[in-house]
Each structure stands twice: as C-alpha cells, then as structure tokens.
Design a protein around this ligand. Structure first.
Ligand SMILES: [Zn+2]
Length: 447
C-alpha cells in the first residue's frame, strides 16, 4: 500500500460498533465526495490505490478509460480523515465536490421522513410502493398479495440465507409443466441498494396485472427481489447500518460480511475489483461460493440452465445498462445482439420520463470486476443475453436513497425496459429480425 498515511491514521480511528466482530465505519461526520476522475494516469492510480484501503468506502470506481469530464468517482470518507483527504486531493490538483458534509444527518432525516410517510399511508389501499419495505413485508407481498391477484403468479423458494431467512421469488407461468424459455431477474444482492429491491417488486406488481399476462404467454418469468435478506435487514435496523453492502457472514472474526457479487465461481481467483481483506466492502470471501446466498442463485440457474434465455441483475446506482464481460475490458461474443436489445429497451425506458442510461460492456462503460453474478450467468451457464442495471441515484447527499416518491417512477421506466426485453427470450424482436435501427449497418435487413 503506497499511501499508508491514511491507513496508519485510521488504524487508531477505526470505530468499533456493537461487537469486536462487527466493525463498521461510523457514519457520524462521514462526508460524501464526488471526485473528478478525468485526470492523468498517476493521479488516477493514486485514487485507485486509496480504493483498496478498506477504511474508505469507494462506492463508484469508474475505470480510467471511462472517466470522462462528467464522470465522478464517489467515495464516503470517515470523519477522522476528511481534513487530510481534502488536503491530499488539493495538493494533487484533483477537483472534487462534497455532496454531503455529514451523511449521518441525511440518513437520520430520511429515516424520519420515511416513518412519517408510513404513518400517513397506513390506512390507504395500494400503498406498497409509497415507501421502502421490510423483508417481511416483501415476503408477504410475494407470498400472499400477488398470488391472490393473479393465479399465474407463484411464490417460489430459491434458498435460505445464513441467518435462516428464505430467499424467495415470484414465478409467472401459465403452464407449470411445460419447460418454457425463462427470464430471470434478481435484485438486492447489495444490501444498501434499496431502490433495486423495490424496482424488482414493482415489476412483479405490473406482471401480475391481467393486462400484462400476454408477456408470459409463452415464457416463464422469475423475479427474485431480495437476494441478500440478512444484509438488507441489517441495513434497515438502525441509521448507523444504512450503508451496509455485504451479507452477514461471520466466518472471519476480524470483520463481518462477504460481497456476494464478488463470490461467484467465475474468475474468482483473479481478484480484480475485489478484495482479500474481510474488512473491505468488496471482500470476495474465503472461496468461490462460500456463501449460501450466492450458492442459492447458482443452484437455481443450474436447475434451469437450459431454459434461462435472459438474465438481469438490478443494482444501484449510476444509470448504466451493461452487459458482459465484467472481469475484463473485452465484450462477450454476443455483444452485438445484447447492445441492440439494450438500446431498444433504453428507448422504451427513455420515453417514460426522459431518463438516460449509458449502454455497453461493463469494462468499457464503468469498471472491471471479477466473480460477479452476470459473468457467471454468461460464462458458466451459457446465458447469452445478460445485463446489469445500475438504477438512477438518489439526491447527491444520499445517493443510495432515492426519495420514496421516486420508487414508482423508477419502477415504471424500468418495467418499460423489461417489457422490451421479454420477446427476445423467444428470439423475437427487431434486433433479431433485422429491423432495429440500433443494429450495425451490416446486420440490418435489406428492404
Ligand atoms: Zn450493487
């Protein structure tokens, strides 16, 4: 570690919360930075080195080639080192904005506001999307509310988390015995990305409407809205935990949690974009599939290996619509089709309220990371259409927490994109029949 000045400082400042095994950075006085990463190589490397230090929480680390003028590297900096951090950035002539002077204020304010919303809407019908929901509320919604609305919607159990919570999904099928092509969508593998859980649930709510039944006339759709229920509940427990990302593994005494999206058996040993340090936000675990949550998803994929034609994993934030590979800069062999479908889906999304996403292979669009679920789906399961969605951020001062009024809006536009993807499970649509304007000229159908 070249820049150990911070590590030494933090060694003594690292705050211990709850128990020795449960060290987390204190959110009090923690500042949120958006750093202009459009800098030369040496300054970029300086920032990248800091990102490997578990004392900092680098939320968004674009690779150097994707760091254009409007792209920022986002990081949460603990109170103890804020002053020194600013000094070091200024010394190196790296420009930055402080998005929040004390993120704990934002987190507390949001919590108070969300409780108020809950009180107001308690007695109103169809209020599910008025607020972020607990694991238990999500489960009831998928187990009782949705199947009652539409018998084609079935509650399915995918696996069990470390703390014995059921990892569940909703399967839309009009013929359970037919082994039809399938679309698999999951969300919430990262605990703090709350808008992703709610968006998956919103898609479930729309698919349950009878007018949308045609979408799964000939295919099955499985949506898993909360892949990391233990981490999610922990992030809801109290404001101090709001920024928790990993699961709640206690396999290593020093620090808890494994980043489930660095734990899949695909280029796990490479370690690019992941960490061996159990205290890091991107800790990859002791071995590939050491965690029951990542194993549960993999088992489900294996059981349905010949059927899953499209896989989508929903994260937040940053407005990215990406496809493999994540572990390297190159694109998957099917990138032309994936790129075309993503553009078609994006057109539909954009029409809803003008939101725009960046589209492309992850390495060239945002970053390179190893052992992620989408690479596993594409490489090991042979799913040739696979996407990572990074949903829109909340306000600059607390980007993981879009206002509750945004839940429906993000849901609506994401569902528009999802509907566009669906026919491709049956190899239907303008990107396949050659009529899409997004196809490269050479692949377009001649008329
Ligand atoms: Zn994520």
């Amino acid at each position: 570690m070249k820049y150990s000045i911070f590590s030494l400082f933090l060694l003594y400042g690292f705050l211990v919360s709850e128990s020795h095994e449960d060290k987390i950075q204190s959110i009090y006085g923690m500042q949120s930075f958006a750093i202009n990463c459009n800098v030369d190589k040496s300054r970029y490397e300086y920032l990248n080195d800091l990102a490997n230090d578990p004392s900092f929480d680098f939320i968004k680390i674009p690779s150097l080639s994707t760091c254009q003028s409007n792209v920022t590297m986002d990081v949460l900096v603990p109170a103890q080192v804020v002053k020194m951090f600013k000094k070091e950035l200024r010394k190196r002539n790296i420009s930055f904005d402080v998005c929040s002077e004390d993120i704990s204020n934002e987190i507390h304010a949001r919590k108070r506001r969300d409780i108020d919303v809950s009180r107001r809407i308690q007695r109103l019908p169809s209020v599910f999307f008025e607020n972020y929901r607990s694991y238990q509320e999500m489960k009831e919604y998928c187990k009782v509310t949705i199947p009652n609305l539409n018998p084609a919607a079935k509650y399915v159990k995918i696996g069990t988390s470390l703390e014995r919570r059921t990892i569940f999904g909703v399967k839309f099928t009009t013929d359970e015995n037919a082994r039809r092509p399938m679309i698999l969508l999951d969300a919430g593998i990262h605990a703090r990305e709350w808008i992703s859980h709610m968006t998956a649930l919103y898609i479930i709510s729309q698919l349950a409407k009878l007018e949308n039944r045609h979408i799964y006339d000939e295919i099955d759709i499985v949506i898993i809205p909360n892949l990391n229920p233990d981490g999610y509940e922990y992030s809801r427990q109290k404001p101090e935990n709001r920024l928790w990302r990993k699961n709640r593994s206690s396999a290593v005494k020093k620090c808890r949690g494994v980043d489930l999206n660095r734990n899949f058996d695909t280029h796990w040993t490479s370690g690019i974009g992941s960490s061996d340090d159990p205290c890091a936000q991107t800790y990859k675990g002791k071995k590939a599939f050491s965690e029951p949550e990542s194993r549960a998803l993999s088992d489900f994929m294996k059981e349905n290996k010949d059927r899953i034609k499209i896989y989508v994993t929903v994260h937040s934030y940053g407005n990215y619509f990406m496809y493999p590979w994540l572990y390297m800069f190159g694109a998957h062999w099917n990138y032309k089709l994936m790129d075309c479908i993503a553009h078609e889906a994006h057109d539909a999304l954009h029409k809803v309220r003008g939101t725009t996403y960046k589209i492309g292979p992850s390495g060239k669009t945002l970053h390179v990371v190893s052992a992620a679920s989408v690479d596993y789906a594409a490489e090991k399961m042979g799913i040739d259409i696979a996407y990572v969605l990074e949903l829109p951020a909340g306000p600059p001062e607390h980007k993981f927490h879009p206002k509750t009024s945004e839940i429906r809006l993000v849901g609506r536009e994401t569902f528009a994109a999802f509907k566009t993807l669906a026919p491709y499970a049956l190899k239907k649509g303008p990107c396949v029949d050659g009529t899409s304007k997004h196809l490269p000229k050479s692949s377009k159908k001649k008329t």
